[in-house]
Write a protein that binds this ligand. Structure first.
Ligand code: G1P
Length: 270
């Protein structure tokens, strides 16, 4: 099934990176020479996405400036400028609310959501692999996490498992360590039916007082199912300082001219 539109929620405050994110969007923090948002965008381009919708807010203009430059330089992304739109999220009311802001730009077709916080390093596009398998049920990227960490994620209640897929019967946003039904977490790649907008529009705030995308996905399980895609590759939580640092070291370690810096650092312990 073809998916041509992707939503990039970039309206978060980036509190975990204060003070730098008082002036620089979290999505513009760099992994060496490219900002986080570049990697998410590149993954979407490789997946065949043709329309890119950024849900942005006050203080995030440098994201628009960055893409103006990138599109003017076709060696980076050979796509038409008109394929990119920006909508504003006027209050930080959660991921579900951010996705709802893109409603009028999606129309009546399935679409992707990509979180730039989740940097996935792999030779294949994670989103591209999901789109190849997409069958109309709501789909999320998923990976096993330590039980101690389940309260940071949406956690799947898995009914059946194949090599690549997890068929879920339920999902719970940030459950307690004791109550989590599995250790399979949602990672920030989603393929969703447009019908989710009706659900999001009526949704009450959930965990943290935010409109949670996970809660809308849960409500749709009887009608649209829920599949977790066990993606390949290494994922870094770049919404955290340790995750961003690990991602930088990982990318540097794979770079011909920089890997020796990482090796020297490790050898000399600084
Ligand atoms: C969001 C989602 C959560 C998901 C996570 C992945 O949480 O609500 O279900 O597991 O992203 O990174 P956040 O990290 O924005 O709190």
């Amino acid at each position: 099934m073809k998916i041509s539109k992707a939503v990039f929620p970039v309206g978060g405050l980036g509190k975990r990176f204060f003070p730098i994110t008082r002036a620089i969007p979290k999505e513009m923090l760099g992994i060496i020479d490219k900002p986080l948002i570049h990697y998410a965008f590149e993954e979407a381009v490789t997946a065949g996405i043709e329309e890119f919708i950024f849900v942005t807010r006050h203080g995030k203009d440098s994201i628009e400036d960055y893409f103006d430059y990138m599109f003017a330089n076709t060696e980076y992304f050979n796509i038409k400028m008109g394929s990119v739109c920006y909508v504003r999220q006027n209050a930080p009311l959660g991921l579900g609310h951010a996705v709802l802001c893109a409603k009028n730009l999606i129309g009546k077709e399935p679409f992707a959501v990509i979180s730039a916080d989740d940097f996935i390093s792999h030779s294949e596009s994670c989103l591209g692999e999901m789109i190849k398998l997409y069958d109309g049920s709501n789909m999320v990227a998923s990976m096993g996490v330590d039980r101690q960490e389940v309260n940071k994620y949406g956690i799947l209640d898995v009914e059946r498992e194949t090599d690549q897929l997890l068929i879920a019967k339920s999902v719970d946003e940030k459950p307690s360590i004791e109550s989590a039904k599995s250790t399979y977490a949602i990672v920030g790649r989603y393929l969703l039916s447009h019908e989710i907008f009706d659900v999001l529009g009526d949704l009450k705030p959930g965990v943290g007082g935010e409109i949670q995308l996970t809660d809308a996905i849960l409500e749709m399980i009887p009608s649209h199912g829920l599949t977790g895609f066990k993606f390949r590759g290494k994922r870094f939580d770049c919404g955290s300082k340790s995750g961003l640092l690990a991602a930088i070291l990982h990318v540097a370690g794979q770079n011909e001219t920089l890997s020796h810096v990482v090796e020297d650092f490790c050898r000399n312990k600084g």
